[in-house]
Design a binder for this molecule. Structure first.
Ligand code: DC
Length: 220
């Protein structure tokens, strides 16, 4: 029997991938896989003092559905909130260039996606991890818009955020993610490109849902 569809959403930092992926997954009744959370989880462990080169096989990263959210556990510790800082984001981007880290996170994503019926968001989900995905999206937005969204997110969490610094942080991370040798962030030709600048979340999800419906109705 054919497996249920795999949908990928790649794109730069702050483009709204998490919000949109979560909502699209809920609408389709699929599971949501936040691949960035896996890189952030490993970065958190490193920031907590794990020696660089600690065998990854000794690390357990879990994504546990909790109501509408997905909790992230590292070796049994709930790090869902702790991994959402700019520092962990930067460190995640840094370690994401390491082949062993990429292999660990890619293998984990494939295990989590077993059987299909998933929406996976990341940087290389459609290009490297799931080249056979049924529908691939590349979600983009203008840098100013991405910085504004990230500032709103941080402010809502009670954290101080200055737009200029946030913008620099996002652009710096994009540069690193686009220029690394291994599995760089890239706009692949087969991905459906959506520029969400000036669109609200509902509009983006609607557009994606229509695309999924169209693509899946032609899959036999
Ligand atoms: O999506 P995010 O901001 O939570 O991701 C944090 C970092 O993790 C990102 O800057 C690069 C890395 N990452 C990656 O290399 N590949 C992925 N599929 C997802 C994230």
């Amino acid at each position: 029997m054919r497996r249920a569809p795999v949908i990928t959403i790649d794109g730069p930092a702050g483009a709204g991938k998490s919000t949109v992926a979560r909502r699209l997954a809920r609408r389709l009744g699929y599971r949501y896989i936040d691949s960035g959370a896996l890189y952030r989880a490993l970065a958190w462990k490193l920031a907590r003092g794990a020696a660089p080169g600690t065998p990854l096989a000794d690390t357990q990263v879990e994504l546990v559905p909790r109501g509408d959210e997905v909790a992230v556990l590292v070796d049994g510790v709930d790090v869902s909130a702790a991994i959402r800082t700019p520092e962990i984001g930067r460190l995640a981007s840094e370690i994401a260039a390491d082949p062993a880290v990429r292999e660990f996170c890619s293998a984990l994503q494939r295990r989590l996606a077993a059987g299909g019926g998933v929406v996976v968001e990341g940087r290389d989900a459609g290009s490297v991890v799931f080249p056979e995905a049924d529908v691939k999206f590349y979600l983009d937005a203008a840098p100013e818009e991405r910085a504004r969204r990230r500032v709103r997110e941080l402010t809502a969490r009670g954290e101080a955020a200055e737009i200029g610094r946030v913008r620099e942080e996002l652009l710096g991370r994009d540069r690193a993610d686009r220029t690394r040798t291994l599995a760089p962030l890239a706009r692949i030709p087969e991905a459906c490109y959506i520029d969400s600048t000036g669109m609200d979340v509902g509009e983006v999800v609607e557009r994606m849902a229509r695309e999924v419906e169209r693509a899946c109705s032609t899959i036999s």
